[in-house]
Design a protein around this ligand. Structure first.
Ligand SMILES: *Cc1c(COP(=O)(O)O)cnc(C)c1O
Length: 223
């Protein structure tokens, strides 16, 4: 097995105070998650409902799970009882469904709005203007069982570090704008989730509060 413990500590060692590590364990078996758990890691991210459900059933109950993938509205009900954060909310429809399912379990589910800033293929996420419109529209304020805790994005998958920096800075600036306009009194609107294995060092420079690192900790995924 990949030296998970060693890799985990290396990543943690580079993160300043105030930046959380979401260990992205998708497509890796329980042994890998247990190895990180042994070292004290409690926050993990998964992108498939079925895979996550299996892991939740078979792994320690004090693990905090983030859902990081594209989530179909008809699958929200399966994760609503336990999910700690849904990171990639990309429509008002999904936001409403999360609210509805969270209410059934008497919970408030934390979510991030996913931005689409990268120049590439991803179909998902709000453009900065669509994100502004969603908040200006105000319907989200009626949703009492969902809490918008911040923004999430993936930068373009390129070698050009300046481009990555530009995209992450744009996201950080939008965060400030929205914070001031809609969440000035809400101290829980505070998360900026960006940075993956190849760019989390840049993300930290660009005011990320939450990096999502998989490959660097667990090795390449086998699909
Ligand atoms: C898979 C994934 C990651 C982790 O990517 P690595 O390159 O393995 O670190 C981070 N964020 C999202 C949204 C992902 O789907």
């Amino acid at each position: 097995m990949y030296d998970v413990a060693n890799n985990l500590h290396k990543v943690l060692g580079t993160l300043p105070d105030g930046v959380k590590l979401v260990a992205i364990s998708k497509f890796h078996p329980n042994e890998y998650i247990e190895a990180a758990y042994q070292e004290g890691q409690r926050l993990f991210g998964e992108s498939q409902v079925q895979e996550l459900s299996h892991k939740v059933d078979t792994l320690p109950k004090d693990i905090e799970w983030h859902f990081i993938g594209h989530l179909q509205t008809n699958k929200v009900k399966y994760i609503a009882p336990y999910i700690s954060m849904i990171e990639a909310v990309d429509s008002l429809k999904l936001l409403k469904e999360i609210d509805k399912q969270a209410a059934k379990h008497n919970r408030i589910i934390n979510v991030l709005l996913e931005l689409h800033i990268a120049e590439e293929e991803s179909k998902y996420g709000f453009s900065p203007d669509a994100c502004r419109e969603l908040l200006a529209n105000g319907e989200w304020k009626e949703l009492k069982n969902v809490h918008i805790s911040g923004l999430m994005m993936m930068a373009s998958n390129v070698d050009d570090r300046e481009q990555i920096k530009r995209e992450m800075t744009l996201a950080a600036d939008l965060f400030d704008e929205l914070k001031e306009k809609y969440f000035a009194d809400d101290s829980a609107f505070k998360e900026r989730s960006w940075g993956m294995s190849h760019d989390y060092d840049i993300a930290v420079e660009c005011r990320s509060t939450m990096v999502r690192v998989g490959t660097t900790i667990f090795g390449p995924r086998v699909y």
